[in-house]
Design a protein around this ligand. Structure first.
Ligand SMILES: C[S@@+](CC[C@H](N)C(=O)[O-])C[C@H]1O[C@@H](n2cnc3c(N)ncnc32)[C@H](O)[C@@H]1O
Length: 254
């Protein structure tokens, strides 16, 4: 991953013209961070598990578009039917997502898989995803399976974002993250790749997340000590996460 300074952008999120609730929806508070992250990373491929109305999906796309990352592919996977946590919904969601793509991101490289996460696996090459966002069903078993099955898709210096994993969400995803991030770490041999990040609930910066007041967070040491140890990994003295890490998640985040 190229070393470049972290910048704080002030983007206009075009999807908001169709979905004006984006800023206050559960992922809304993480958008500025995610946008800055994509601008900083310049990933070749972003993959998202759980698109729904696209608050996060269109954040990634906005950064790709504004950053003129013409070769970057953004892959979104969702049944577009919902589940017990997100709620069950009809075809209007998929239609709206496609409408926003057509109106605001016609030139971006986008693949939407209207399928189960597992059914999209054969369509994404191993070690090809620079930024993976896991935001499906938030039970422990579901997040665990999404992580285990998609981890091989992660590029050697890739980053995974997990949503709804901060303490106190009441979701199994928080429990999963707790296990994943507490030392001793390795759940599988593959944890030697990438760094871990999460977008936290209620504005609580969690492991590898973002906050200018980094002294109150576990910002750098945790992800670097968690993950890199393989040949392509960075050492603990060469952290992959930017040291001038950006703003904290907004307080209206879920
Ligand atoms: C929490 S929502 C995603 C929220 C979205 N990232 C955002 O920014 O608002 C979870 C979505 O994951 C989808 N989903 C959950 N489990 C899935 C699975 N195993 N395969 C495909 N889609 C799934 C649901 O249909 C739902 O739309």
């Amino acid at each position: 991953m190229a070393k470049r300074p972290w910048k704080y952008w002030s983007p206009t999120f075009q999807a908001d013209t169709v979905c004006p609730m984006n800023p206050v929806w559960p992922w809304g508070g993480h958008r500025r961070f995610a946008y800055d992250l994509v601008r900083w990373m310049r990933p070749a491929r972003v993959a998202e598990l759980g698109v729904h109305w696209g608050t996060s999906f269109f954040t990634f796309l906005q950064a790709v578009k504004d950053g003129r990352m013409a070769a970057t592919e953004v892959v979104g996977v969702d049944t577009f039917e919902g589940e017990d946590h997100a709620g069950h919904y009809g075809p209007e969601v998929f239609d709206t997502v496609n409408r926003i793509i057509a109106e605001s991101f016609p030139k971006q490289q986008i693949r939407l898989h209207k399928s189960l996460f597992c059914d999209a696996l054969p369509h994404v090459a191993d070690e090809s995803v620079d930024l993976l966002h896991i935001d499906g069903l938030h039970t422990y078993d579901a997040v665990s399976e999404d992580f285990e099955t998609w981890l091989p898709k992660l590029a050697p210096e890739g980053i995974i974002l997990f949503h709804d994993v901060a303490p106190g969400t009441g979701y199994g995803s928080s429990e999963f993250w707790k296990e994943l991030s507490e030392p001793p770490t390795p759940r599988s041999p593959s944890t030697t790749r990438g760094v871990w990040a999460c977008s936290s609930r209620r504005g609580i910066p969690a492991c590898g997340s973002c906050d200018r007041s980094a002294s109150k967070t576990r910002s750098l040491s945790t992800p670097t000590s968690l993950a890199p140890s393989g040949p392509s990994s960075r050492s603990a003295t060469s952290p992959a996460w930017p040291t001038n890490a950006p703003r904290a998640s907004a307080s209206r985040a879920r």
